[in-house]
Design a protein around this ligand. Structure first.
Ligand code: ADP
Ligand code: MG
Length: 417
């Protein structure tokens, strides 16, 4: 009975950092580096506590789940936290004396840390089910390793084996439980911030609407006076200045128009929409953002691509897809955007990048909510885009090659004009 009590104490000591993180740290600390430092400390404290109150059995043998904070710390935080936590375990174990148990500890860590680090990258990239699998597998490996080494050093005995099997089951189960817990709480936090974001966007779009009108009126007045200045007797140089000023004002006006189009609440009203215009508009808008990424957008748009749809919604899905294309090229590149009719009476919009590309499995998962490989991604963009295109009786085809690039093809039924 006391063994179970000891195990339960271990569980508590392990879960405390998780709750501290989600309750006090996640919201307050925004800097990734600080989070890593704080979390490494918390997992370190958890390791010290687990090791200070171990499960005692047999003749002075002890077991604890120090491995789980080490495992979770390494998997979620990376290389250096893993090394530091390992050193912490070894040093703290050393303070108990240089018994065979100490060598056992060192050996087990030396044999398991590289394996954890090997799996760390794919762990970060995996979804939550696979994360559970990876962590539980590593836990199992560690326990079997510990159990074997312990047996070799101290000799196998049936009584010890029983406790160790209990330890193995407990460690694997607790690892799985922690991963599920962490992922679940993360998901809830993510959902909350998504909602906050969309609320923020709504407010911003309302404000832009108001501001844009306030800016546009003085601009129209300025444009009018510039035109009045344009006297036939003016020297050509001055005429040129006036023309440039008017052109720039018109450009600013166009940008405001584009923003207004996005700010408009998208109702459900459908109508005849010139897809080419919308593609052009979104490409222009994205262009102003994508220049920071050294991404250039090249368009080839055929006129008169009429579809039956809601322009705001079409824009939204285009912007999601183009934004992904830009984001897929961290070192810059070109995005080709084309729009035109096909022979069999559809409108075909293609968005092609030279980015990181996707594997077959990744393409299959595209459009699932919260499927994102980006650190700050939401995994909602593609889901929304698929829904929108489907609602207009269209389809999205994805061709992609890992490392080479991706092409998104949107096919929509052509409307008679
Ligand atoms: P988010 O952009 O927030 O991650 P999305 O639903 O827009 O969410 O995209 C989901 C995932 O699909 C992305 O994280 C990315 O891994 C992948 N993806 C989408 N478009 C592309 C693309 N053009 N090239 C490579 N990967 C892409
Ligand atoms: Mg996206």
């Amino acid at each position: 009975m006391s063994i179970i009590k000891d195990f339960l104490l271990q569980l508590t000591l392990l879960i405390i950092p998780i709750f501290i993180y989600f309750t006090f740290i996640l919201e307050k600390v925004k800097n990734d580096r600080n989070i890593t430092v704080i979390m490494t400390m918390l997992w370190g404290i958890s390791i010290l506590l687990c090791m200070s109150f171990p499960v005692n059995f047999g003749d002075g043998a002890r077991l604890d789940i120090r491995f789980i904070p080490l495992l979770l710390g390494t998997l979620y935080l990376g290389f250096w936290p893993g090394i530091l936590l390992s050193i912490l375990i070894i040093l703290y174990r050393l303070s108990f004396g240089m018994s065979p148990g100490f060598y056992n500890t060192v050996l087990v860590i030396v044999l398991s840390l590289p394996i954890i680090l090997y799996f760390q990258k794919s762990f970060i990239r995996s979804n939550k089910d696979k994360r559970g699998g990876i962590a539980a597998g590593l836990s199992f490996y560690y326990c079997v390793l510990g159990l074997t080494l312990f047996g070799i050093i101290k000799g196998f005995s049936s009584e010890n084996l029983e406790v160790q099997l209990l330890h193995l089951t407990f460690t694997v189960a607790v690892t799985l439980f922690c991963i599920v817990l962490i992922e679940k709480i993360r998901e809830i936090h993510q959902l909350r911030s998504d909602i906050q974001n969309s609320e923020k966007l709504r407010v911003i779009s309302e404000l832009t609407g108001v501001f844009a009108h306030e800016i546009r009126n003085p601009m129209q007045v300025t444009r009018g006076f510039l035109q009045l200045l344009d006297d036939p007797d003016l020297p050509p140089k001055k005429k040129e200045y006036i023309n440039v000023s008017i052109e720039e004002l018109d450009r600013a006006n166009e940008i405001i128009d584009d923003f207004l189009a996005f700010g408009k609440p998208s109702g459900n009203d459908r109508g005849k929409v010139n897809a080419g215009d919308q593609v052009e508009r979104v490409a222009n808008l994205i262009q102003s953002f994508s220049l920071n990424h050294q991404v250039e957008i090249k368009t080839d748009i055929v006129d008169d691509c009429w579809i039956d749809a809601n322009p705001q919604k079409i824009n939204q899905s285009l912007i999601n897809i183009m934004k992904n294309a830009v984001e897929s090229m961290p070192n810059g590149g070109i995005v080709w955007v084309t729009c035109g009719p096909t022979a069999d009476g559809s409108i075909r919009i293609s968005i092609k990048d030279q980015g990181v590309g996707m594997t077959k499995q990744q393409i299959d998962r595209l459009g699932n909510p919260y499927y994102s490989l980006k650190e700050k991604g939401t995994g909602l963009g593609m889901m929304v885009s698929f829904q929108i295109i489907r609602s207009f009786k269209g389809e999205i085809i994805v061709n992609s090659e890992k490392g080479a690039g991706t092409e998104f093809i949107i096919l929509l039924p052509q409307a008679m004009h």
